[in-house]
Write a protein that binds this ligand. Structure first.
Ligand code: PEP
Length: 255
């Protein structure tokens, strides 16, 4: 059975103290998580080690970095390597978020390299994909997302897919309050799964966790998570308030 995950991407929010209070609030209200369910916090780099210590005794709760560099090490001032993240005992790294693709000009080739370096260092990857409104309006979203996944992930061997989670995040729904309808999310998630099935076989595709991201909140999470191919969410804004994040976690637990 594939894993269900709710992951909170804090982006460039939360000081150490604020992050501590947020995690403490979530842990206080956390429902029991069965073996097939996980909660992930993705704080800024500076909070990672502290967050790892905070959750280390809590089952099925993990920490992710929001990015890593594509090179192993070297003269890259201001950057953080996958090895450093893994050394903090983080479990995941988010790769290919649309904000990094846009603002940091991250290319498909860089993202494929980041994926490799992350996996080589024992991290699991939450790989983001998703189309702009322009592409959605043109009706070519399936081809676009398929191309992103092929370029970023399809060089991997089948056994490596066990350490990949895909997050479908339509750019037009991120931070806009405009969520994809559950039908739009289900259609794309089913398409993504079929693309992996064609490349790696149905059993591998069936075990792939595919998250939805984009203005997911407690009021729409249950409907989204009820879709057969939606295995949880990557949450931005609503992960910054314990009560809201818990509402979404609750929807995953009940789905
Ligand atoms: C995100 O950026 O990963 C995201 C899903 O943001 P939001 O939930 O705020 O739309």
């Amino acid at each position: 059975m594939r894993k269900k995950i709710v992951a909170g991407n804090w982006k460039m929010n939360m000081t150490l103290d604020e992050g501590h209070a947020l995690v403490a609030g979530v842990l206080k209200g956390l429902p029991e998580l069965s073996n097939d369910k996980q909660v992930v916090f993705a704080p800024p780099f500076l909070n990672i080690q502290h967050t790892v210590y905070q959750v280390e005794d809590v089952q099925h709760v993990h920490v992710a970095a929001q990015n890593c560099h594509s090179e192993v090490s070297g003269a890259y001032t201001g950057e953080v390597s996958a090895k450093m993240i893994a050394a903090c005992d983080a479990t995941y790294v988010i790769i290919g978020h649309s904000e990094r693709r846009e603002y940091c000009h991250e290319t498909d080739a860089m993202l494929a390299q980041k994926t490799d370096v992350a996996l080589d260092n024992g991290l699991k990857v939450i790989f983001c994909c998703g189309e702009s409104l322009e592409i959605r309006d043109a009706g070519t979203q399936n081809e676009f997302v398929e191309a992103q996944l092929k370029a970023g992930l399809f060089h991997l061997h089948k056994h490596q897919l066990a350490n990949i989670v895909v997050a479908y995040e339509p750019i037009w729904a991120i931070g806009t309050g405009r969520t994809a309808s559950s039908q739009q999310a289900q259609d794309m998630h089913a398409h993504i799964r079929s693309v992996f099935a064609a490349q790696y076989g149905q059993p591998t595709a069936d075990s792939l966790t595919i998250l939805y991201g984009g203005s997911c909140k407690p009021s729409n999470a249950a409907e989204l998570f009820a879709c057969p191919d939606v295995d949880g969410g990557l949450i931005g804004g609503a992960s910054l308030k314990a009560e809201e994040f818990l509402g979404i976690i609750d929807a995953m637990v009940k789905a």
